[in-house]
Write a protein that binds this ligand. Structure first.
Ligand SMILES: Cc1ncc(COP(=O)(O)O)c(C=O)c1O
Length: 340
């Protein structure tokens, strides 16, 4: 009954096996390993993006911060949702690496809307040399509220940004979960919807620690490489990052793992929907949900051994954040529902 985070899950057996294989013998360092070449080919094929540049780092924060730094000038605004991970959970790493300012754009259920983005774009950059300039747009899918943008929604937002010639980033820490939730292709969710750079998550969904930064326009690739090295995120024994990402993207493993996480999310949500006095703060569309339930439920669940985060709640109610992962089983979910 462990629903605190998909980061709490282990690594998938296929990923572990690939690491053991990668451990054999001698390999070139700093990203020149043979497996990195295969990762680049896999990403280009999966995204139908033959020119894309692919770089690996070990954390989502590094992926986001370096992607933002590469696309936003220090005098620029990086527009993001009010509760974006880059704004609330990365200890100012995006600002540290880029020098840019995060400008928070509101919207229900974790999503920026066309109206809120248009308003924010219109009112930023009007101060001439004295004010922050428009810099870039950064979105998250799956969002921090567990909801999922469709490609059409992403395209509508990137179109507003592109009217000002702004590059667009997608924080895809749970990108595979967003693909499974919508049934669209990686290309449809990214460059075909106006995304220029993607943080492609692996860690939450069955890797030990690897994220890919995918630059759909490779013109920025060298700058990215320099920033990664300067920022201390170029791994010497890079083969271990490559091995994880290669296994993750081979034979659809990433989508199978995300499908399990999402299916367990749906099972949990369907079960909770039958419990008296229980509702959801946001639509449940992937592997993260925020149920509200009657007071006293937290204590009962924790006594039964459940692990998850408690969130601030309105009077008389309690709110939880529950995250399912590739390793969540039906038995885990059913035990939790029984305890509720
Ligand atoms: C939406 C989102 N982006 C990025 C990250 C990456 O974080 P980390 O640096 O912990 O790997 C997370 C992790 O919680 C996340 O939820």
């Amino acid at each position: 009954m462990r629903f605190a985070s998909d980061n709490g899950s282990g690594a998938a057996p296929e990923v572990m096996a690939a690491l053991i294989r990668a451990n054999d013998g001698y390999e070139r360092s700093y990203g020149a390993d043979a497996a990195m070449g295969r990762v680049t080919t896999l990403v280009r094929d999966l995204f139908q993006a033959p020119e894309a540049a692919v770089h690996l780092v070990a954390t989502g924060t590094a992926a986001n911060a370096l992607a933002i730094a590469t696309h936003c000038p220090p005098w620029g605004a990086a527009f993001c949702h009010t509760h974006a991970h880059v704004a609330e959970d990365e200890c100012n790493a995006p600002e540290f690496y880029s020098g840019a300012k995060l400008v928070l754009v509101p919207g229900d259920h974790g999503k920026i809307t066309q109206e809120t983005l248009a308003a924010s774009l219109a009112t930023t950059g009007e101060g001439g040399v004295h004010g922050v300039q428009r810099g870039m747009l950064t979105l998250t899918n799956v969002t921090e509220a567990g909801t999922v943008y469709t490609p059409a929604e992403i395209k509508a937002l990137t179109a507003l940004a592109k009217a000002y010639d702004l590059p667009c980033h997608l924080d895809g820490a749970r990108f595979a979960n967003s693909l499974v939730a919508t049934g669209v292709t990686p290309a449809e969710m990214t460059w075909q919807a106006g995304i220029d750079v993607l943080s492609l998550g692996g860690t939450k969904n069955g890797c030990l620690g690897v994220e890919a930064v995918v630059l759909f326009d490779p013109a920025k690739a060298w700058e990215f490489e320099l920033r990664r090295k300067r920022g201390g995120h170029l791994f010497s024994k890079h083969r271990y990052l490559s091995a994880q990402m290669e296994a993750y993207l081979t034979d659809g493993l990433w989508l199978r793992l995300a499908a399990q996480a999402n299916a367990m999310g749906q099972r949990l949500a369907s079960g909770l929907a039958t419990k008296p006095g229980t509702s959801q703060a946001h639509p449940v569309q992937a592997n993260m949900q925020f149920p509200l339930w009657p007071e006293g439920t937290h204590d009962r669940l924790e006594r039964a051994g459940a692990v998850y985060y408690r969130l601030p709640a309105p009077p008389g109610r309690e709110v939880a954040r529950l995250v399912t992962s590739w390793s969540t089983t039906e038995a885990d979910v059913d035990a939790f529902l029984a305890a509720v």
